[in-house]
Design a protein around this ligand. Sequence first.
Ligand code: NCD
Ligand code: ZN
Ligand code: ZN
Length: 347
Amino acid sequence: MKLPGLIDIHVHLRDPGQTHKEDFYTGTSAALAGGFTTVFDMPNNAEPITTAQRLDRKIAEATKKTVSDIGFYFGSLGENLDQFEQIYDKVWGLKLYLNVTTGGFIVDLPAVERIYAAWKSSKPILLHSEEDMIAGVIEIIKATRQPSHFAHVSSAAELSQIIAAKESGLPVTCGVTPHHLFLTDRDAAAQGPYAFMKPYLKTQADVDFIWKNIKYVDAIESDHAPHTREEKDGENPPFGVPGLETTFPLLFTARKQGRLSLDEIIRLCHTGPKEILHIETAEDTFIEVDENTEYEIKNEELKTKCGWTPFGGMKVFGKVETVTLRGKQMYKDGQILSQPGEGKVLA
Ligand code: NCD
Ligand code: ZN
Ligand code: ZN
């Protein structure tokens, strides 16, 4: 089966700064293995991407190493508003963190208001804004009408507020991760730090609510957030799990079970992301998928540098066999065929 190249609008490839967890080569290799031809990387690097200079350095690093297409977001802690003018043309949006998560780059609502006032681009502002923070952000969106994307919506309480905002005509979109669709708080209890991320895994009732209202979800985003086993097994395990290589097979398996149509998968992993970020996709870019063979997700076969997934050992369908980008085969049967730098940095 041939499908369009998938697009993931939410990954953390850790480069530069934390390349012991992942780098642009291994992260985009994982993207290709998972059927993604384009990924968008978040700014919470060890040194957050909050200056034009740091952004340029990140882009230069990716230009050398990437094997898929890749785009970037800028970050803000409220003190770099003077940088915005220089970076609008180099990024796909601005990412703000309103809750505790990896990196700890948190902004409060007054800062969010100042940032929204200073952001003079129709490119979206993306938000890590959990339950308690959503209402305040929605007030700011009401006042500014700034396109805004709520990342990794995880609960009934969060999604209900976003549905209400959408129905009142506000320019909001939202994404859901595969772990919030396929795991619950019971998996968190069983897997410990390996199922530990922000937002936390929620109850079965939350998961059921999201599935029931999937038509309001604009994109599946992997929130690929690798950490080493050593870090996960340590005293203070960091938040986040990898996802690039498991997102598509999980969704494809749900389709086999009759829980999701192929059209919905294409909407959530291709058309929806394109609309949120206004991406033009390259011609002659597609993936080929084996629909019929069940296979096991094996940690040792992953391309991500961290070498584990909370879905290790699971039996799934939808193995990606080949990936073609702009007419060139970049991946085939587990092998990366493209050279570092053969993917494009999108701007
Ligand atoms: C992400 C990370 O590790 O960068 N962690 C996570 O738990 N999701 C950050 C984030 O997306 O909040
Ligand atoms: Zn987040
Ligand atoms: Zn994230």
